[in-house]
Write a protein that binds this ligand. Structure first.
Ligand SMILES: [Zn+2]
Ligand SMILES: [Zn+2]
Length: 331
């Protein structure tokens, strides 16, 4: 099969590799669509070549189900990126992200993937592969799970800091749920995408002071909810400034060390800060239901590339020129 290999130093190549062979309890899936994720940029910009690639948001068709009783050839499926062991209590509850022996799926920018049969999600006929990959992966999964924790009410102001794919997904979900969403970024194209997926207002942090802008837009009240989707300490610090009294900050960006003043930033204003990682396998039917009630999930994919041009996809994504890029694996 053909597969992308990330070489580091912002280089990617497409190579021929042996087809994966499904083990007992596994199925073989022919991948149709594989989405690019911001988390892949570390490897892309790094200095080491990877065995394959970091793709983990695919959808496709089961082509060998002989090792499984759950699936049949021809079934259309999305693949959950976090492979729980399938045996422990968390896995039994449909929460693979809490499994202490989970592993990540292998590089999904490839023609085929062999995977445990319990990590597949069924795609009904009214869900195309692109939407399927969004519903079964980070694209909608992360914003949906965040929204389950943020619990803003209709009419609340939600500020989204950072308009990469995760920020855009949060804008889409929060605006669909009735929040007034204000999006902040420093890239004009991303602010345009933010408006496209539902932001009522946008703030260009390269041109104005975002704190002053949010104060003005909320008559000094600030936001009931803030989603931090930059993953850099300055984004987290800004999120803490933009949240109003008794408000909540959701951390979607993978920050490492940050500083905060517990007294001033949290205690004296009753602020809640929480982290939210990926989504729970069991949440898929709820996300499918939201899609069927009109959530325009497909808008999150802004550009498409055949596998042969995946290098262009990485470059455009790294430069912030596109929202969520889709790799059309079989073309
Ligand atoms: Zn991801
Ligand atoms: Zn487990």
């Amino acid at each position: 099969m053909l597969a992308a290999q990330v070489l580091g130093g912002e280089r990617v190549q497409v190579i021929e590799v042996p087809d994966p062979v499904p083990a007992a309890g596994q199925v073989l899936v022919r991948l149709e669509v594989s989405l690019l994720c911001g988390s892949e940029m570390h490897g892309y910009r790094g200095d080491k070549a990877q065995a394959t690639n970091g793709g983990h948001e695919p959808a496709g068709v089961v082509v060998d189900a002989s090792g499984s009783r759950r699936w049949r050839m021809g079934d259309r499926v999305g693949i959950h990126a976090v492979w729980g062991c399938g045996q422990c209590e968390w896995c039994a509850r449909g929460i693979y992200t809490f499994c202490s022996s989970f592993r990540g799926c292998p590089g999904a920018h490839a023609g085929l993937m062999a995977c445990p049969d319990h990590v597949l999600l069924p795609l009904p006929d009214d869900v195309d592969f692109e939407v399927g990959a969004l519903l079964a992966g980070d694209g909608l999964g992360v914003p949906y799970h965040t929204s389950q924790r943020l619990r803003c009410r209709g009419g609340d102001t939600v500020v989204v800091v950072g308009c990469g794919p995760i920020g855009l997904g949060n804008i889409l979900v929060q605006s669909f749920r009735g929040a007034r969403v204000i999006a902040i970024d420093r890239v004009a194209d991303r602010l345009a995408m933010a408006r496209e997926v539902g932001a009522a207002e946008t703030v260009d942090a390269s041109a104005v002071d975002p704190l002053e802008a949010i104060q003005e837009l909320t008559a000094g009240r600030l936001a009931e909810g803030v989603v931090e989707a930059t993953g850099v300490p300055a984004g987290f610090a800004l999120a803490l400034k933009l949240v109003g009294k008794a408000g909540t900050v959701a951390c979607c960006g993978e920050n490492r060390d940050v500083t905060l003043n517990v007294g001033n930033d949290l205690i004296r204003r009753d602020i809640t800060v929480f982290g939210s990682w990926f989504f729970h396998f069991r949440e898929f039917p709820e996300m499918l239901d939201l899609y069927r009630r009109g959530l325009a999930v497909g808008k999150l994919v802004t550009h498409r590339y055949p596998l042969a041009r995946i290098g262009e996809a990485y470059a455009d994504f790294a430069a912030g020129r596109v929202g969520k890029p889709a790799i059309l694996v079989q073309s």
